[in-house]
Design a binder for this molecule. Structure first.
Ligand code: F6R
Length: 361
């Protein structure tokens, strides 16, 4: 069932344009979005998004979207912290629980904590028959299809899509987005499968770079704005399957400590589409280069033209309108982890010490 691929992870990375296309057909109509009408954000005062691991990073990206597209205060937390903090929950709020398996013990416990305390609990899951889906007031499917690889890939991008669609609906419900802005964002999402296909053509280049990345002891990922959580996701993916120590940082945090790690042996992967924060990220990247860090810049054509000089390497992504670049840049992050693990010879689909579904606390 690997359909000719060497690993489930490779197959699941490659099928993202198709599954995302399926999810788009479900969630977007000709002139709007297909979400249950009772999911009405107009008088919601706060959102709380709770998850673990990769699903938490999807929530972290979505926080930017809910805040900028809909103007809703949005809190995020990892489930294992949230559930024991006894956080006060305003009744005029929604709590969202994002989980591929729908069985993650901490996420389920967090959902149970919120039941009855908020206006609605909402599950965003891949497995519709799961505990989290059944116990939430409302369950939205991410429609990624069965994910076998332990390292989550297509579930991540499909989680992002479902959350993006919700943020856009929230933007309309609250009058934060004009119809023209809303339609423009829908067009960006509709273009995503095509852009993803283009991003996948960098796989051979990534495989070559990975041979050198595989030699590293430590690798840093940097990003700003909605690309910051993607830096965290890139680092998580890399460490879980290649066993190379990796950290993601907000680009602006570099000078507050991690820059001390930089020398010629440390690759620094900078995820930076040419957006309004690009110049800020480039100046952080130049600080790394001044200390002989080995920069891999992942950007678009404009970014390559203005900032690729002097880097160790760059990867060119197609241009994508703000703020949805994380959906696209997830692919090179996944491919970097995958090919680095291949170069190291580790077991990509069954990394040591990890389980697909974490039903213990
Ligand atoms: C990382 C990964 C894990 C899961 C986490 C949550 O690649 O797969 O970090 O994302 O264990 O799992 P779900 O989404 O099933 O709740």
């Amino acid at each position: 069932e690997k359909a000719g691929y060497k690993h489930f992870m490779a197959k699941e990375i490659a099928e993202q344009p198709v599954v995302l296309g399926d999810a788009l057909r479900h969630y977007l109509t000709l002139d709007g979005v297909n979400l249950p009408p009772e999911l009405d954000f107009s008088s919601i005062e706060r959102l709380t998004l709770v998850a673990c691991g990769t699903a938490f990073y999807a929530c972290s990206v979505a926080k930017y979207w809910f805040e900028t597209l809909a103007g809703i205060p949005c809190e995020i937390d990892v489930a294992s912290e949230f559930r024991y903090r006894e956080p006060p929950m305003p009744i005029q709020s929604y709590a969202l629980f994002v989980s591929q398996s729908g069985e993650t013990a901490d996420t389920l416990a967090a959902l149970r904590y919120c039941a009855g305390k908020v206006a609605k609990t909402v599950a965003v899951v891949n497995v519709p028959s799961s505990s989290i889906a059944r116990e939430a007031d409302l369950a939205l499917p991410i429609l990624a299809g069965v994910e076998v690889g332990v390292a989550s890939t297509k579930a991540f991008t499909c989680q992002l899509l479902a959350l993006a669609v919700m943020a856009l609906k929230a933007g309309r419900d609250r009058g934060h987005l004009t119809k023209v802005q809303f339609d423009g964002h829908l067009d960006t999402l509709r273009a995503m499968p095509g852009l993803m296909n283009a991003a996948l053509t960098t796989a051979d280049d990534i495989a070559k770079l990975a041979e050198q990345l595989a030699e590293a002891q430590d690798i840093l990922f940097l990003g700003r704005g909605p690309m910051y959580p993607l830096a965290l996701e890139g680092a998580l993916k890399l460490k879980e399957i290649s066993y190379i120590h990796a950290e993601g940082y907000a680009s602006g945090e570099l000078k507050h400590g991690p820059i001390a790690l930089i020398d010629r042996t440390v690759p620094v992967i900078v995820m930076a589409p040419h957006d309004k924060l690009f110049d800020k990220t480039v100046s952080n990247m130049q600080e790394v280069m001044a200390r002989h860090g080995k920069v891999l810049l992942v950007t678009d054509g404009k970014g390559v033209a203005s900032a690729a000089e002097g880097t160790w390497a760059h990867l060119r992504m197609p241009e994508v309108a703000e703020p949805f670049a994380p959906l696209l840049y997830a692919l090179p992050a996944q491919l970097l982890a995958y090919y680095t693990a291949i170069a190291k010879g580790t077991d990509v689909d069954q990394p040591r010490n990890l389980a697909k579904s974490v039903t213990v606390e």
